[in-house]
Write a protein that binds this ligand. Structure first.
Ligand code: PLP
Length: 411
């Protein structure tokens, strides 16, 4: 017998991202920055390759009062003004259309993790996309959950509703409840965003299945503020939740990491909606307990930062303006890569917007392709069913000619 609980014995994070980040860093030292293409970096960087810091955010943070930072938050679920502003920011015009609850969490990660914990019992199954953010699986294991995956795309490169339906139905039949994750808009790592009609089909499916139990959807919106369409249009799909069966619940996992580029502040939250008030009240009650039982409360200064900006039209306007520069930059970088990829016949998943583009590679060829690319000083990240190109962290000039080069190297 060792020191660990049985359920913790095989916990071990194999971090392929950090390994590749280090390889790229070593190559830059050895061969010079200009001779290395580092597309590992998952954070937003400017055209000089420097980590993006929004002045409109930093100025506000520096001017916060010490008492806005040092004491505990107002309550376990967060500061009142933060909860108010987060609900309003996440839902926009839709806020008045449902019963709404909110809690602050340590980043979007805290939102995802607490949702898994409070919706599913150990041994139950969580439904996630076959291509997606790696930590979903880690969090599932942390809560002793099983994983089932749906195919994210069909052969037409649209959201694979059939696969989502098939897997959800199977889970509903066997466990009488479904918790499914959809990371949209600006899916990590493909950059896909669903259409409003795809969302309407999801709601219809959730309602059909709710005849046999509750359907809980975790909509991970970590990147929503990088949608090209802008604030209102990117939230239009939320209107389709007006039709949700009262048995269902939608939890939005919100993150200030990307919205403010304040990854290290660890501020995010769950905003949850239902057409049945009891669902929202029950979910709130359980989550308040989790807040106290796991992290106690979220950094007060981070919450104050967000609420100060969002409640002031001038500050909010400045942030939107500054962030828009990067939305446009991402658009520009994506165009460079995608147009060349098309010309070269390099296959990519259907990118629309966001931080990453992912190459379509057969699973058995991924590792050897990455090795070949590394030999030519190109450093991308391995993901399920592909290779991720982080256009967020790579200056445009580094992306020029890259798609053709990759095609020539990996064939
Ligand atoms: C898809 C996705 N969801 C959620 C998060 C949560 O990030 P954080 O916990 O920093 O808010 C991230 C961060 O990389 C992400 O990529």
């Amino acid at each position: 017998m060792g020191i660990l609980a049985k359920r913790s014995e095989d916990k071990n994070i194999v971090d392929t991202v950090f390994t590749m980040v280090n390889k790229a860093r070593d190559a830059k030292v050895k061969y010079g920055n200009e001779n290395v293409v580092d597309v590992t970096i998952g954070a937003l960087c400017d055209e000089e390759g420097k980590f993006t810091i929004f002045d409109s955010v930093s100025k506000v943070y520096k001017n916060l009062n010490n008492m806005d930072i040092a004491p505990y938050a107002e309550s376990f679920i967060g500061n009142n003004d933060y909860l108010k502003e987060m609900k309003s920011w996440v839902l926009g015009d839709h806020e008045g259309e449902f019963n709404v609850g909110a809690i602050a969490t340590p980043g979007g990660s805290g939102s995802v993790s607490s949702t898994l914990k409070n919706i599913l019992d150990p041994g139950e199954t969580l439904l996630i996309p076959n291509i997606g953010w790696g930590p979903y699986k880690i969090m599932a294991k942390e809560h002793d959950l099983k994983i089932e995956t749906y195919e994210l795309f069909n052969e037409k490169d649209e959201f694979n509703l059939e696969s989502f339906r098939e897997k959800s139905s199977k889970i509903m039949k066997s466990q009488g409840k479904v918790l499914a994750i959809i990371n949209d808009p600006c899916h990590n790592p493909t950059g896909y965003s669903m259409t409003t009609s795809e969302w309407e089909s999801i709601v219809k499916l959730m309602n059909d299945l709710s005849e046999d139990g509750n359907f809980i959807l975790l909509n991970d919106i970590a990147y929503i503020d990088y949608a090209v369409k802008g604030y209102e249009e990117s939230r239009k799909y939320m209107g389709s939740f007006r039709e949700l069966s009262p048995k269902n619940l939608v939890v939005f996992a919100f993150s200030c990491s990307k919205t403010l580029t304040k990854y290290g502040l660890r501020v995010g939250g769950s905003v949850f909606i239902s057409n049945e008030k009891k669902n929202v009240d029950d979910y709130m009650r359980a989550n308040e307990f989790t807040c106290r039982g796991v992290w106690s409360n979220v950094p007060k200064g981070g919450m104050k930062l967000f609420s100060t900006i969002q409640s002031n039209e001038n500050l909010k306007g400045k942030l939107i303006e500054e962030r828009n520069i990067y939305v446009k930059l991402l658009e520009k970088r994506s165009k460079i890569f995608l147009e060349e990829a098309k010309e070269a016949g390099l296959k990519v998943y259907p990118y629309k917007e966001g931080f990453f583009i992912t190459l379509k590679i057969e699973s058995e060829k991924i590792e050897e392709s990455i090795e070949k690319l590394n030999k030519e000083n190109i450093y991308p990240i391995q993901v399920a069913h592909g290779i991720r190109i982080a256009i967020c962290g790579s200056p445009s000039k580094k992306l020029e000619g890259l798609a053709k080069k990759i095609k020539d190297i990996i064939g």
